[in-house]
Structures are given as C-alpha cells and as structure tokens.
Design a binder for this molecule. Structure first.
Ligand code: PGH
Ligand code: CA
Ligand code: NA
Ligand code: ZN
Length: 311
C-alpha cells in the first residue's frame, strides 16, 4: 500500500531500525526493488532525484512527477507492504511543487549549501506548503563532498548538533539528513571510511526525529569486479562498509539513501547478459539478470538495516 514516508520512519525511529530509500529512474529498478521488499516483507522508500523526474518527463517536471506517482502508487497499491515515494535532493522549487501536487509521499528540500539562516527560511516555506498537502519533509544540514545532481561541493561540511536542534524546532521538518562524513557516488572517502558517530549521537539526542544517511552505498566488490570483467571501468570504487552503516542505525539513522549500489549491480548484470547472449534483442530478457542483481542488493540491505519483517 502507498503510504506517507513519515509513518514508515516514525515506526523505524521508535524501534531503532532503518528503511532503505532506493533511487529509481525507470521501470526495471522499481520492479526489482518492490519485489525484493515483498520477499523480505519489509517497508521500502522509493526516491527520485530532480534529474530522474526530468528524465521520465522528458524535461517537464509535472509530467515526470505524475508519471512516477502513477507508476509507484499503481504498483504499491497491489502489495501488502508499505511503500512511500520521495523526492530526493529537491533544490528547484518548480520540481518540489510538481512533486507535492502530483502526490509524492514526501519531498526533500536540500538547501544545505546555503547559509544556515537561508536554509532555515527556505525549509520553513517548503514545510508549510508540503504539510498543507499532507506531504512530509526532509531537509539537510552540513554538506556532502562530491556531486549532487546540480551542486558539487568540494569539502565535507559536518553538521553542527546545536544548529540541528534549532533548525528542527524552527522549521517543523519531519526528518533530517545530518552530514557526518559520507559522500555521494562510487568513489567515497580519500582514505578509510570515516563517519563522525559522536556527532550523529548528539544530533539524535538534540532533535529526537528520524534521521537520514546520504551517500550510504557500500559499492560491493563482487558487482564492481563482475562489471569490470565484462568491460566496465570503475577503477578505485569505494563505499561505506555495511558494519559502519549498522553503527549509524544503532545511533538513530532511520532512512538510508542507496543509489550507486543499484546502478553498479544492474550494470554488472546487463553487461554480463548482453555479452553471453549475443543473439538476444528482447529487453525483457537481457534486463532480467541486472534486475535480479538489483533485487539481491535490495534484499541484503533490507536485512542488515533491520527492515525485514517490519511491513
Ligand atoms: O545519498 C544518496 C545516494 O548515495 P549513494 O551514491 O551512496 O548511493 N541519494 O540521495
Ligand atoms: Ca546538500
Ligand atoms: Na532524500
Ligand atoms: Zn543524497
């Protein structure tokens, strides 16, 4: 059933487990994710970036947002697990408005590259709009290095726990993404994975709302190696070890954003299948292996985040 993200995350926050938020851009990833969640009898969050909405709507945000709401709601309403649809890294108010109007469960307003007061002001605005439409809101404090759709930040700027307390009280935001050292994409960390657990613990104590971990892909070696075996070049890919993510969940992370892992798993399956079946030209056949690998990554993540069986 199609639900509000806040309902999924409030339950997770009370019981100290986490629910993965998987990014999609197409039908194949959506089917693989939902079937994996059904098999694990788990809640799941589907999220689309502004780039995904642009892609699905061929440049038109209203068409793209409606397309995803109908696709996800249509499929979710035939299932017995809770499914939410979330706008990831909303920065452009046109896209945020389109997502709210189309019927997304929740939207992220990411104004974390702005000065604190500006981020607070914009977030307050979006919370007012979204709540009036029954839509929940995520915001971000601090910055993740690496590329985020249309904003690239050089350095990691870690969240200030005191600021987080004020921000949550003033904005009424439903869940918060505190930057604690992760970054987006397949090439994380210069050296070893370094997450600031003490900082995370303080933010949870001071805000006491569901928290979100961005840049949480683990970049599993087995799919990187398989993709490279069939011609990909992902040299030096590195992610967040599952053990580190589990520590974050114990400290109060409840939504775990995962995009890169699904991309690499699908890539490995697609390259392998196309290479081994040179006569095949039915996409329902040659996408299958990649979809299976995505489903496997989804089920593994639902398991180690503690979301399995929580539907
Ligand atoms: O934070 C993410 C995904 O991060 P990854 O690149 O680590 O999958 N989406 O908002
Ligand atoms: Ca940001
Ligand atoms: Na998000
Ligand atoms: Zn992110």
């Amino acid at each position: 059933m199609y639900v509000n993200t806040k309902d999924i995350l409030e339950k997770a926050s009370k019981e100290f487990y986490a629910v993965p938020a998987f990014n999609i851009n197409n039908l194949e990833f959506l089917i693989a994710i939902l079937e994996g969640a059904v098999e694990k009898n788990a809640p799941v969050i589907i999220e689309t970036s502004e780039g995904a909405i642009k892609y699905a709507g061929n440049g038109d945000p209203i068409r793209g947002a409606k397309f995803f709401v109908n696709l996800v709601k249509g499929y979710a309403d035939t299932l017995n697990i809770p499914v939410a649809l979330h706008l990831d890294h909303g920065k452009n108010l046109e896209y945020i408005a389109a997502a709210i109007k189309a019927g997304y469960s929740s939207v992220m307003i990411d104004a974390s590259h702005e000065p604190f007061e500006e981020n607070l002001k914009i977030t307050k605005e979006v919370v007012k709009w979204a709540h009036a439409a029954g839509v929940s809101v995520e915001a971000e404090l601090g910055q993740l290095a690496g590329i985020e759709d249309n904003v690239s930040a050089e350095e990691n700027v870690l969240v200030d726990p005191q600021q987080a307390k004020i921000f949550v009280e003033e904005t009424g935001v439903d869940f918060l993404a505190p930057a604690i050292g992760t970054s987006h994409g397949a090439f994380k960390f210069k050296g070893e994975a370094k997450l600031d657990f003490e900082r995370l613990e303080k933010v949870k104590k001071l805000t006491n709302i569901p928290l979100v971990l961005h840049g949480a892909s683990s970049v599993p070696a087995k799919y990187v190696e398989l993709a490279e075996k069939y011609g990909a070049d992902l040299g030096g890919a590195k992610g967040v070890p599952a053990e580190e993510i589990k520590k974050c969940v114990k400290l109060g992370i409840n939504k775990v954003n995962t995009d890169t892992d699904l991309r690499i798993a699908f890539l490995a399956g697609l390259r392998k299948n196309l290479t081994e079946n040179v006569k095949e030209f039915d996409p329902r056949k040659y996408f299958k292996e990649g979809m299976q690998f995505v489903k496997d990554v989804v089920m593994d993540r639902l398991e180690f985040l503690g979301a399995s069986g929580k539907a």
